[in-house]
Design a protein around this ligand. Structure first.
Ligand code: IMP
Ligand code: MG
Length: 185
């Protein structure tokens, strides 16, 4: 286990099993259709790669990047598009793939933005959901795990760009982000 984490919350085996179930559900729901999966960079990238491979449909992949927390652990509610999708989405069945729904601001913003482009449908698929932190009405359509209100890293999720390559989802020691905060003051 990495020395900066308190404990493993979700093992790579638990994640792999749940990703398989979610992929099976999506495959059933979209039978006979093709889907455009959009990865929200960078946190969702490992989840995206795994779930896309497990979905048995005609799948296209695209990417978006939005401004994130930087080195902090809470959201400002302001979202900025850093990279947009590379094609029009009008008339397409779109699934937005995210790492975690926290306050919901990021996905609420993206959902509005993309719905204005008239896709045939738009659904949200998130590995994690932290419902206690929600500040919006936003809900995921496909959610891997509901997690407690703790800062988690690994399997794509970062703190200050670190820990994304840990294979499990782990709870970060609060002193890691608290000490960074103190240094800034
Ligand atoms: P929201 O706009 O508050 O829902 O924020 C969603 C984004 O915040 C995610 O895409 C993550 O990048 C980040 N985030 C929220 N909670 C965590 C966490 O526990 N660990 C790592 N990143 C997080
Ligand atoms: Mg993210």
């Amino acid at each position: 286990m990495h020395p900066d984490v308190i404990r493993v919350l979700l093992t790579k085996e638990e994640i792999a099993a749940r990703v398989k179930e979610m992929a099976a559900e999506i495959t059933r729901d979209y039978q006979g259709k093709s889907v455009l999966m959009i990865c929200i960079l960078r946190g969702a990238v490992l989840f995206f790669a795994d779930i896309a491979r497990a979905i048995d449909l005609d799948v296209r992949l695209d990417f978006m990047a939005v401004s994130s927390y930087g080195a902090g652990v809470s959201t400002s509610g302001e979202v900025r598009i850093i990279k947009d999708v590379s094609q029009p989405i009008e008339g397409l069945d779109v699934i937005l793939v995210e790492d975690i729904i926290d306050t919901g601001h990021t996905l609420q913003y993206l959902k509005r933005l993309l719905n204005n482009r008239n896709p045939a449908s738009l659904k949200i698929c998130s590995l994690l959901d932290k419902p206690d932190r929600r500040e919006t009405e936003l809900e995921g359509d496909y959610v891997g795990f509901r997690v407690p209100n703790e800062f988690v890293v690994g399997y794509g999720l970062d703190y200050a760009e670190k820990y994304r390559n840990l294979p499990d989802v782990c709870i970060l020691k609060p002193e890691i982000y608290l000490s960074a905060k103190n240094k800034k003051c």
